[in-house]
Design a protein around this ligand. Structure first.
Ligand SMILES: Cc1cc2nc3c(=O)[nH]c(=O)nc-3n(C[C@H](O)[C@H](O)[C@H](O)COP(=O)(O)OP(=O)(O)OC[C@H]3O[C@@H](n4cnc5c(N)ncnc54)[C@H](O)[C@@H]3O)c2cc1C
Length: 462
C-alpha cells in the first residue's frame, strides 16, 4: 500500500506532525504504525488488572503521553535539547503553536508560573547559596485524566480523514532504494507487511530507543551515543514540599556534585501525586510518578536523576542502564526497590516493619523493601545522597527518614541520530522525531520535532 506519509510510532511527535499535515493538506493519505493498542483499548487494558500484553501505559496510540501527567513545559530549556540543532527561537515558537492546538481542541488549562512573593525570593536565594540552579518555567498541566481526553480528541480528528492506524503492529525494518527511504516493513498477526511512502517519520519513543539504534547501525545512518539518566523517584509528605508546591508550578533544580562533578537534577515533580511503575516489554520495571487532576494523595513525588556520560571505548550507555535495572529486578523478583532515606543513610536495608514506623504511607503498593546500595553503582548513589542533603537545605525536612526512595528511575536516551535542522537523517527522506531521536525527553520537544519534520515533508510534497 502507498501513503503520502508514514509515521512509525503514534506518540506525541507523530500525532502533532500528522495533525498539522492534515490541517494544511486534508487530502493526505497517512499511515500510523504502532506496536501497542488503540487508545480506547489501552484505557480498558489499564483498568483490567489481568491484562498480560505490552504495557498499555507506555505502548499504543497516544504514546507515553496519553498516560503521562501531561505537564507541558513552555520553554526550550526543558524536555530535551533539540535547540542545539534548530536554534532556540523556533523551538519556543512551536511550543507555543502546540499550546494553541491544545486550546483549539478544547484543552485549555491556564499555564502556571512561579508566584512573586517573599517565600519565592527565599527559595531562590537558598538555591543560590547551595549552588543549585533553579529552572523556573511556565507549565500547562492537563493531568493524567486530561491527557486521555486530549489524545482522544486527536483520534476523533484523524477519523475524519484518510488516516490508517495499524495497531499491534511492530516496526521491523525500513525499505530503501539507493540512498532514499521508500517504505517500512512491520509485523502484524505474524505477517510481515510492506508499506510504501517516500516520506517516513520514525518516532518510537523511549520504548523504541534500542530499535532506533539497531536501524541506525544496520543502514549506517550516522549517530552518536548519548548519556543516560539513572536515579530514584522519591516520595515525601506534601507538608514538607508545601512552600515549593504552592509557589512554583514545578521547581526544576540542577546541581553539580562536589566530588564527582556530575549533573544531578530534579524531574517530573507531582504534588499530591502517585508513584507509578513503567513496565517494558523486556521485563524491565522502572519507577515513575504522576498526578491526577481529580484524585489526590497527601504525598509529593519527584525524580532525582544523575546524568552519566561515558568516554571511549565504552559505547553501550543503554545496556549499562538496563543492567542496573536487571540487577534490581534480580534482587526484588521483578519489582521496584524501596528504601527510606533514614535506612539508606545508616547503611541498613528497609523492611516493611521499619517503613510502618514512618509518618509517610507510600502511594505505590507493588514494591519490595531492601537496600538500594546493593543495586546502584556507588558513584550514582553518592551523587543522589549528596543531592538529597543539598535539597534538604533548601527544603527543610526533605533529607529526613520520611523520604522514601524508589529505585531505579531511568531515562533511557536514545542514540543521537545525526539530523539536519529539518529532522532528516543521512538517509534521504527518513526523518526522526521525539525521544527516539536522542534529542527529546518531554512532550514539548516531541511535538516540536514532529511538526518540523512534517513541515519539511509538506514542502517536498508540493
Ligand atoms: C509515565 C510517564 C510520564 C511522563 N510525564 C511527562 C510529563 O508530564 N511531561 C512531559 O513533557 N513528558 C512526560 N513524559 C515523557 C513524554 O511522555 C515523552 O517525552 C513523549 O511521549 C515522547 O513522545 P514520542 O512521540 O517521542 O514517543 P512516545 O510518546 O513514547 O510514543 C512512541 C510510540 O512508539 C511505539 N513503538 C515503540 N516501539 C515500536 C516499534 N518497534 N514498532 C511500532 N511502534 C513502536 C510505542 O507503542 C509508542 O506508542 C512522561 C513519560 C512517561 C513514561
Amino acid at each position: 500500500m502507498n501513503y503520502d506519509i508514514i509515521y512509525v510510532g503514534t506518540g506525541q511527535s507523530s500525532i502533532m506532525g500528522a495533525y498539522i499535515a492534515l490541517k494544511e493538506n486534508p487530502k493526505l493519505k497517512i499511515l500510523f504504525i504502532d506496536k501497542g493498542l488503540m487508545l480506547n483499548e489501552r484505557i480498558e487494558a489499564v483498568s483490567s488488572k489481568s491484562f498480560k500484553g505490552l504495557s498499555p501505559i507506555i505502548y499504543g496510540v497516544g504514546g507515553a503521553g496519553a498516560f503521562s501527567d501531561c505537564k507541558f513545559n513552555l520553554d526550550h530549556r526543558v524536555g530535551g535539547d533539540i535547540h542545539i540543532v534548530t536554534g532556540k527561537d523556533i523551538v519556543d515558537e512551536l511550543i507555543e503553536e502546540t499550546l494553541n492546538i491544545y486550546r483549539e481542541l478544547g484543552c485549555d488549562v491556564e499555564p502556571m508560573n512561579s508566584s512573586m512573593n517573599p517565600m519565592v525570593d527565599h527559595i531562590k536565594k537558598s538555591c543560590i547559596e547551595n549552588h543549585v540552579q533553579l529552572v523556573d518555567t511556565a507549565t500547562m498541566h492537563l493531568g493524567t485524566d486530561g491527557a486521555r481526553i486530549l489524545y482522544t480528541k486527536f483520534i476523533d480528528f484523524f477519523n475524519n480523514y484518510n488516516v490508517v492506524f495499524e495497531t499491534e503492529s511492530e516496526f521491523l525494518d525500513i525499505i530503501k532504494e539507493n540512498n532514499s527511504i521508500i517504505g517500512v516493513t512491520y509485523k502484524k498477526d505474524n505477517n510481515e507487511i510492506n508499506a510504501y511512502s517516500s516520506y517516513v517519520v520514525v518516532a518510537i519513543g523511549r520504548s523504541g530507543a534500542s530499535k532506533m539504534e539497531s536501524i541506525a547501525k544496520k543502514y549506517s545512518i550516522e549517530f552518536a551515543h548519548g548519556g543516560v539518566d539513572v536515579g530514584v523517584r522519591v516520595e515525601i509528605p506534601d507538608i514538607i514540599m508545601k512552600d515549593i508546591n504552592e509557589n512554583f508550578y514545578e521547581a526544576k533544580m540542577v546541581y553539580y556534585t562536589k566530588y564527582y562533578k556530575d549533573k544531578m537534577r530534579t524531574f517530573c515533580s507531582n504534588p499530591s501525586g502517585f508513584v507509578a511503575l513503567e513496565k517494558y516489554d523486556d521485563g524491565i520495571v522502572l519507577a515513575n510518578g504522576h498526578a491526577y487532576k481529580g484524585k489526590k494523595s497527601v504525598n509529593t513525588n519527584l525524580a532525582l536523576l544523575c546524568t552519566q556520560s561515558f568516554t571511549e571505548p565504552f559505547n553501550e550507555p543503554f545496556e549499562y542502564a538496563k543492567s542496573i535495572a536487571r540487577m534490581t529486578s534480580m534482587l526484588t523478583g521483578g519489582k521496584i526497590l524501596c528504601q527510606s532515606y533514614g535506612d539508606l543513610s545508616v547503611g541498613r536495608r528497609s523492611t516493611s516493619e521499619r517503613l510502618s514506623r514512618l509518618n509517610i504511607k507510600p502511594t505505590l503498593k507493588d514494591f519490595v523493601t531492601g537496600d538500594i546500595s546493593l543495586a546502584c553503582p556507588k558513584r550514582i548513589l553518592d551523587n543522589i545522597m549528596e543531592f538529597i542533603e543539598v535539597h534538604g537545605k533548601i527544603t527543610p525536612g526533605f533529607a529526613s527518614s520520611d523520604l522514601l526512595l524508589f529505585f531505579p528511575e531511568i531515562k533511557f536516551r536514545s542514540v543521537r541520530v545525526k539530523i539536519n535542522d529539518k529532522m532528516e537523517t543521512s538517509l534521504n527522506n527518513l526523518y526522526v522525531a521525539g525521544d527516539s531521536s536522542g534529542y527529546g525527553s518531554g512532550l514539548n520537544q516531541a511535538a516540536v520535532m514532529g511538526i518540523i519534520a512534517t513541515r519539511d515533508i509538506l514542502q517536498k510534497l508540493l
